[in-house]
Structure formats: C-alpha cells, structure tokens
Design a protein around this ligand. Structure first.
Ligand SMILES: [Fe+2]
Ligand SMILES: [Fe+2]
Length: 437
C-alpha cells in the first residue's frame, strides 16, 4: 500500500446517529463504554494520520430533540474535540429526525398542515411549493420543532432556519484548491410518521443545487439518504454531478459506493439500538489529499470504516474483500489550479459564519428587544417597525453591516441574551480598522 503523505491535506471524522438520551452518562448507561472506546480508537488513529481537522455529524445527535439531550451531546463533543485538538468551529452538525421535538410537531396544526401540503406535491410542483413555503412567513414553522437543535448547533455556526437551511464551511487543500462542506437540512417535514412510502423527507433544489466554482470540491452532509427523499431523483442528479463526497446517516447501516463523479458514504450508527438486528456500532474517518501526476491533478479520498468488534470489545478496521481496512478513490479534477481570487479565504468564510451566527442570535430575540437594540444604535427609523421579527432582524443586520457597526451590534445582542463577554467579539478587529481611518 502506498504510504500517506507526511501530513494529509485534510482528515475528517464522520460520526452519526448517537441518539443521546437525557439518562446518558449515568452508571447504568451501557453506551458510555462505547463512546469511551470510540475516543480511544480515534487516539490510535491519530498516531497514524497525524491530525484531525474536523468532526462532522450527520444527525440524530439527540433521541427526542430535547434540550437536556443536546447539553449531553455538547459536552461529549467538547471532550472529543479537546482530546483530538480540533477547533470548535470545525465541529459540523446537521439535524436528523431524532433531533426534531416531535411533540411540537403533533401539537401544531400549522406545522402538520405544511407537511401535508408539501408531501402532496410531486416533480416541479414539489420544488416550487417547498421554495414558496420557505420564502413565506409560514416557512419559519418548519424549523420550530428543531429550536433546541438550533440552540445547540449555534455554538458551531451550524444553526439552520427558513432563510438559511444549509451552511457551508471551506477547508484549504493543496495548491489553492478548497474543500467546501455543505450541511443540508433533510428534516423540514419530519414528524412521528416518517417513512419511505407516503411520508418521505425533502431536501429541495434550493439546498442541493451546489454552486460550481473553479477550484472548489464539495463534500455534502445530510441525515437522510436519497432513498428517503421525495425529491430523490433531483437530489441524486445534482449531488452525483456536483459533489465529490456525499455523507449520510439515518439508516444505521453502513456502505460506501461510487455515486456519479464521487462517492456516497452512509455512516452506520455510533449507538444503534441494542434491539436492532445486526447491531454494530460504526463510524468513519476520511482522509483527503490533492495530488499531481504529469500535470494532471487528482483528489484522493481514503475512507477508513471503523466498526465495533464484539470479539475484541473495541473498534477495529472494517476490511474489504481484499482484507484492506481502507477504501481508496482517486478523482481527476481540473488540470489548472484555481486562480488565487476564486476560493474564499479562511477569513472571509469565517466572517460569513460569524455574520450568520449574529443574524440568528438577533432573530432569536423578542421583537421588543430588537426594537430597543435598534433604537440604542440609532440604526432603524419608525417606518421599519411594522415588519415581523425575522424581517426586522434581517434589516437590522444589513444596515449594521452597511454602517460598519457589526461589532456594536454583536455586543448588544450578546448582552440582551445575558451572555456578555462569553465570546470574544469577532467583529472587534473590523471596528478598530474603521476607527483608524
Ligand atoms: Fe438514527
Ligand atoms: Fe434518523
């Protein structure tokens, strides 16, 4: 087997379907040992791989979408990232059906009505209905049942809402190329009766039509694989032709297969239910390297599938038919490296993430607090007060950015959330730059 480069371009841990219950971590929790073994296995992997850059989670972090479950998930991810030396901003999460508080769905005739209206459509009507609902005020209802997930995901810049159902994060590869990770939301119509028959999920063209850019390779995350989607055909056509790596969860089964111009990986579950047939906890590590041979450029993707061994009571490599514990794929990509201007720099991507986070924090404040905040900063006139809280927050963010006052807005938003000085102001540097002029 050819040796790995001294230090790989990018090493990503892919975990899914952990299903934290509020009782997790107690002495009676049988899965506590599994999670500890997963950490030990990752430590062993690091000796070989040298580093980990990111942890991606394809949903079902919680069991019933409750705040206590996400608090446990957050603490566990903190331990994982600290022990593996991964930055908080490189924990990337997407919601699964168990991250939905389904009690909220059944209690709301509004949400149930939207689910039924979307699921009744097919083909182009499905896409236009979904896009119309998402652009209308009622579109907020599709995200009400993941409010606790969003509070949890916000700390990683991965909260999703009507105006931003997916997020993106850029990671540099060699010679100026970029791996862009897009986390998509597949649970907009999830409730108690999800199935692969009449009650499938939707991603929507607005999420899976990845924007092609020179020098950018896509890795996508979603909880539900295409077979669970109402818009399976569209999702597969777009993602198979535009994404190099598609990662999914949900099925509690594991497979890796070619898909169009790349590969599709279904994770398997970290914690499948013990009653499930073929109970095997699993996760994956992915290693990406950009290589050149005779002026041709290749993206090499190596997947290390890891599985629980009841024989050895630890995680081990899941070998293929050739007894190799890896799956190796090489994709030829554009011959010429991207121009220096095309990939987003880390700084720009980081600012976009922070701005998205600020917008979400602002929108979570009650309208009267938003108005008080706008008045204190003298950003909005009386004419603008009639809009709803979400549009008001959007307008406030836009005006604050135009007037280069995002730093002050950040401080006040954090103060109104009662969390001043909990986070360093990411816009403080920008404010100082302005002051210098
Ligand atoms: Fe699951
Ligand atoms: Fe699931």
């Amino acid at each position: 087997m050819r040796p790995l480069p001294e230090v790989p371009d990018l090493v990503v841990v892919h975990i899914s379907d952990i299903h934290f219950k509020s009782s997790a971590g107690r002495v009676q929790d049988r899965n506590k040992d599994l999670r500890h073994e997963l950490l030990l296995d990752l430590r062993r992997q690091r000796t070989h791989l040298r580093k980990f850059d990111a942890i991606v989670v394809t949903g079902d972090l919680a069991f019933a979408g409750k705040a206590a479950e996400f608090e446990i998930a957050s603490k566990w991810l903190d331990v994982l990232r600290e022990q593996l030396n991964i930055a908080e901003k490189n924990i990337l999460v997407t919601p699964g059906n168990h991250d939905v508080d389904r009690d909220k769905v059944v209690a709301s005739t509004g949400i149930l009505g939207l689910h039924a209206r979307i699921r009744a459509c097919h083909g182009d009507a499905l896409q236009s209905t979904f896009a119309n609902v998402m652009s209308a005020e009622e579109g907020h209802q599709l995200f009400e049942a993941i409010a606790e997930f969003n509070t949890f995901a916000l700390q990683y810049g991965c909260a999703v809402h009507r105006d931003q159902p997916f997020w993106e994060r850029d990671f540099p590869l060699r010679d100026g190329a970029v791996l862009r990770i897009r986390g998509m939301t597949s649970i907009c119509v999830s409730g108690w009766n999800d199935d692969t028959g009449a009650n499938k999920m939707i991603l929507g063209e607005i999420q899976y039509a990845l924007t092609r850019e020179p020098g950018v390779e896509y890795l996508t995350l979603a909880h539900h694989p295409p077979s669970w989607l109402l818009d399976q055909d569209g999702a597969e056509h777009y993602l198979n032709t535009r994404a190099r790596i598609q990662l999914y969860g949900h099925k509690h089964e594991h497979w890796i297969e070619p898909a169009g111009q790349g590969i599709r990986v279904v994770a398997g579950a970290v914690h499948p239910e013990r009653t499930e047939s073929n109970w095997i906890p699993r996760y994956n590590v992915l290693v990406l390297n950009l290589e050149k041979h005779d002026n041709a450029r290749f993206l090499e993707v190596i997947v290390y599938p890891r599985r629980w061994s009841t024989e050895q009571t630890c995680f081990i490599g899941d070998c293929d038919a050739s007894h190799l514990p890896i799956r190796l794929y090489r994709f030829r990509i554009d011959d010429s490296p991207p121009s220096v201007a095309s990939p987003r720099t880390d700084r720009v991507a980081l600012e976009a993430d922070e701005k998205r986070r600020l917008g979400y924090r602002l929108a979570m404040l009650a309208k009267d607090l938003q108005i008080r905040l706008a008045q204190r900063l003298e950003l909005i006139g009386c004419d603008d007060l009639q809009t709803d809280a979400s549009d008001f927050a959007d307008a406030l963010l836009r005006i604050a950015e135009e007037r280069q006052r995002l730093g002050e807005l950040f401080d006040l938003v954090e103060k109104y959330h009662g969390e001043i000085n909990q986070r360093e102001n990411p816009f403080a540097g920008l404010v100082k730059e302005e002051d210098k002029r």
